[in-house]
Design a protein around this ligand. Structure first.
Ligand code: GDP
Ligand code: IMO
Ligand code: MG
Length: 426
């Protein structure tokens, strides 16, 4: 049995969907452990493009189990819509398993996300407005409702009867004209519960049994390390533990059962949302990366901010995730540039800074220091993928070797296109 946790090492959208789908061929279970439908994971299969927000990428492989763990926040309507969409594309969704302990995103969470973003002004993270932050807030404040509540109508009604009037008072006090109705929510969610019941199980037990049977588990992280609630660019990140340790708390499998941690790293950096971004390129190279890399939010469609690769960020991610290897993606997007830069460290008030600061307000004053690499030409990436690592341009190999040396972690997977086949396994 091998279990692998996949995490994003930057600010999300590193290509986790593509890499998860690739690794899924050798896995029996593919498990989401945190986040919710703020995620947007793209998988390209032939001429079909799948954009998954809540369903684990394993759903596309018929013989695999796709698990939504307890650490995920689930909007049941979004989940049902996504399953319907998959079925319309002839994907069998009967292999989904949904944790009975996962928290539910409620209509008032979405309204509160919208409102808080407005009220926070300069502290707003530019959220996806899917209710993620308010749902995790309620979970921690012990106001939350879980999947299991849908199957105990009396207790569910009681909980709603306590929570909803409190939420209504908060909205009113903040000058909002919304009023949520206990019965409306109850009726709507009980119906969702009926539709989802066939998927619901105790996923910690399911995964422990899988381990007993020597089966392989793949944990599919969402977002990225620098959006982590503890280790990310607080308060501009998301509300869950996106780092590898989240795959234990978010599934009920202890750290002893995680064998490998793969950090998905885009060959440059992108960010959708607000907050400081030291290597951001607000020029024609940034435009080039956005256009060529198709850097537009999978969930919100927003243009992503683009910049050079930042080794301060990547060394941080190597440490907090205990990475065992890196999958480097989108190297093809850098093709055609004369020079490629990588930030090695920052300068602040004349001092060299090698570690990402806790006080991220300072980050905007940090001057990135760059190492320059020679670029590589556009090539037939399909052909190179067939031939393997040796056929990659020497300049690209230099770039790869530098990242390995700086992080001390091997780059075992190289992605040079969005398709499954455009992948080199070293
Ligand atoms: P995720 O959130 O980490 O799964 O990443 P997204 O799916 O949001 O964004 C990554 C985008 O890059 C998607 O459109 C992928 O199809 C695409 N992609 C993934 N790997 C590569 C690659 O190596 N090269 C290119 N050109 N595109 C890639
Ligand atoms: P994937 O899994 C990129 C960002 C939002 C915002 C902040 C908080 O596709 O990589 P939230 O809605 O989570 O409260 O927003 O986090 N964000 C992401 N950025 N990729 C994602 O997911 C993201 N999920 C959230 O833009 O800045
Ligand atoms: Mg994404």
């Amino acid at each position: 049995m091998t279990s692998i946790t996949i995490v994003g090492t930057q600010w999300g959208d590193e290509g986790k969907g593509k890499v998860t789908d690739y690794y899924a061929k050798d896995s029996d279970y593919i498990v989401r452990f945190q986040g919710g439908n703020n995620a947007g994971h793209t998988i390209v299969l032939g001429d079909k493009k799948f954009k998954l927000h809540l369903t684990p990428s394993g759903i596309l492989r018929k013989d695999k189990k796709a698990v939504i763990g307890n650490g995920v926040v689930v909007d049941p309507k979004v989940l049902l819509d996504e399953l319907k969409l998959l079925e319309e594309k002839a994907i069998d969704t009967s292999n989904l398993i949904l944790s009975d302990r996962a928290h539910l995103i409620m209509p008032y969470h979405i309204a509160m996300d919208e409102l808080e973003e407005k009220l926070k002004g300069g502290l707003s993270a530019g959220t996806t407005k899917k209710g993620i932050g308010p749902c995790y807030s309620d979970k921690v404040a012990r106001f939350g409702l879980r999947v299991v509540d849908l199957y105990n109508p009396e207790a569910f009604k009681n909980k709603l009867s306590t929570t909803v009037p409190i939420k209504n008072k908060v909205f009113k006090a903040l000058g909002e004209e919304v009023e949520f109705d206990v019965d409306d929510i109850f009726n709507e969610y009980i119906e969702y519960g009926k539709e989802l019941e066939k998927y619901v199980d105790d996923t910690s037990v399911v995964l422990h049994e899988a381990i007993q049977k020597d089966e392989n588990i793949l944990f599919e992280g969402a977002q990225g390390t620098h959006l982590d609630i503890d280790h990310g660019v607080y308060p501009y990140g998301t509300s869950s533990n996106t780092i590898s340790a989240g795959s234990s708390t978010g599934t009920g499998l202890g750290p002893r059962f995680i064998d490998e941690v793969v950090g998905i790293t885009k060959a440059y950096t992108s960010r959708v949302g607000t907050g400081p971004f030291p290597t951001e390129l607000e020029d024609e190279i940034g435009e080039h990366l956005r256009d060529k890399g198709n850097e537009f939010g999978t969930t919100t469609g927003r243009p992503r901010r683009c910049g050079w690769l930042d080794m301060v960020m990547l060394r941080f991610s190597t440490r907090v995730n205990s990475l065992s290897s890196i999958a480097l993606t989108k190297l093809d997007v850098l093709a055609g540039l004369d020079e490629i830069k990588v930030c090695t460290h920052y300068i602040y008030k004349g001092e060299e800074i090698h570690h990402f600061p806790a006080d991220i307000e300072k980050l905007s004053e940090f001057e990135p220091v760059y190492k320059t690499f020679k670029g590589w030409d556009e090539m037939d990436w399909d052909e190179i993928s067939q031939k393997g690592y040796d056929e990659l341009p020497d300049e690209m190999k230099e770039y790869i070797k530098y990242i390995e040396k700086e992080t001390g972690v091997p780059i075992k997977l190289i992605s040079i296109g969005p398709k499954r086949s455009q992948t080199i396994n070293r």
